[in-house]
Design a protein around this ligand. Structure first.
Ligand code: AMP
Length: 399
């Protein structure tokens, strides 16, 4: 980790502008799942305990550059005030005179949460000039002596509060959460203990193709599951019935299979599948090996594939997993995903779970605490695995 971290900072009497990810689900004005708020607490408490005050900023939902109070951070502010032993004030806006006055009055040990940064189009930089975005970021920067980012979930976005504000503050550091993400994902991908097995699933091949390509140079085996497997099937000339397929990616899938063969990488596809006659939990189902007949769609990996994949995982020293093995939201098609999840949990490996749906599956299975690291960022962890530099990390100050 060659970036400044929160521990490198002298926080006494300083105002810390911290980007957090409070993009939490909200129902009837109340936070549903507060995981993301809880995940930011170590950094928040560290600043307060070391004599600093905090100006927090986050986005929530997609207000599309307008001050739409449907997306207010009020529920997040309420939940945060229950979780910390400090005064929490929600600013009425993101920038402007009123906000500035609140920032100026902030005392050590207090927290001011700015309103949803996406109330301004300058945050995402869509529909405004880069000068406008700079001016917005500069105003945000004026609220802090020091900048800390703990928002891994948005680190792949070059937004004002992540990657522009940093131009106007000398010391920009990673918070504990961001540091942990970088440490796990970065170190694991750079120097994984072998055998290194990647499990890649989910609906579409398109979002994950670059991950597969990048991991091919690093992994001993790549296990493919979920809807994306059947685009590979089609590339192999198998019939796939009504299974999910991306026709415009069949050729690419074929090239990847060829490349894996040339490189001697074990790229495994399901050998059997649970097929259904409808996309429904009430559908008729059976297990089939190889070709999938007309009128049927594959919605989960079958028992032989489960055994094969679980054996690979059992022998691994490093496992990364992104994307479910089937439609795990429907009970009849959840077996593959949960079996793989259990195998990862039981394995003697450094295990990293990245991405929305596999994280949801791991949590649902109750095995999250058996994993070495459950990433808080879906898109961000995918881009990391693709080998890309994340703007929100690049923008931080080098040590
Ligand atoms: P992703 O966001 O790409 O990780 O995809 C996750 C979604 O893929 C989940 O909602 C799963 O239900 C879905 N999925 C997994 N396997 C299949 C499949 N065989 N057919 C259709 N959808 C699937």
């Amino acid at each position: 980790m060659n970036k400044l971290t929160i521990k490198d900072l002298d926080l006494q009497g300083k105002r810390v502008l911290m980007r957090v990810d409070f993009n939490v689900p909200i129902k009837d004005g109340v936070v549903g799942d507060d995981t993301r708020i809880v995940a930011a607490l170590p950094s928040i408490n560290y600043v307060l305990e070391n004599g600093g005050s905090l100006v927090l900023m986050s986005h929530c939902g997609r207000p599309k550059g307008e001050k739409n109070m449907e997306f207010t951070l009020k529920p997040a502010a309420d939940r945060l005030s229950e979780l910390v032993d400090a005064k929490v004030v929600l600013a009425p806006d993101v920038v402007g005179d009123e906000v500035k006055a609140l920032v100026d009055g902030l005392q050590a040990g207090e927290i001011l949460l700015l309103e949803n940064v996406r109330f301004y189009k300058e945050e995402e930089g869509k529909g405004c000039t880069s000068e406008d975005q700079d001016a917005f970021a500069k105003e945000l920067a004026s609220y802090g002596d020091i900048y800390v980012s703990d928002a891994f979930g948005t680190a792949h976005r070059a937004h004002a509060s992540m990657a522009v504000v940093t131009k106007y503050i000398d010391q920009c550091a990673a918070g504990f959460l961001l540091e942990k993400e970088i440490e796990y994902l970065g170190q694991t991908l750079e120097s994984p203990e072998k055998p290194f097995v990647a499990i890649i699933g989910g609906a579409k091949i398109s979002g994950k193709i670059d991950v597969v390509v990048n991991l091919m140079d690093k992994c001993d085996a790549i296990l493919i599951g979920g809807g994306m497997a059947y685009t590979f099937y089609k590339a192999q000339g198998k019939t796939i019935g009504n299974s999910l397929v991306e026709d415009d990616k069949v050729e690419l899938a074929g090239q990847i299979l060829k490349k894996a063969e040339e490189k001697g990488v074990k790229l495994l596809l399901p050998i059997d599948n649970v097929v259904a006659d409808a996309f429904s939990a009430e559908a008729n189902t059976h297990v089939v090996e190889g070709n999938i007949a007309d009128g049927w769609m594959a919605l989960d990996i079958g028992p032989k594939t489960i055994e094969l994949y679980c054996n690979e995982v059992a022998g691994a020293k490093t496992v990364v997993w992104n994307g479910p093995m089937g439609c795990f939201e429907m009970e009849p098609f959840a077996t593959g995903t949960f079996a793989v999840c259990e195998a990862v949990a039981k394995s003697d490996s450094v295990s990293i779970i990245g991405g929305g749906d596999s994280v949801a599956a791991v949590k649902q299975s109750g095995m999250a605490d058996k994993m070495s690291h459950v990433s808080t960022g879906g898109g961000a962890s995918l881009e990391f695995m693709e080998g890309k530099q994340l703007p929100g990390i690049v923008a931080l100050t080098d040590k």
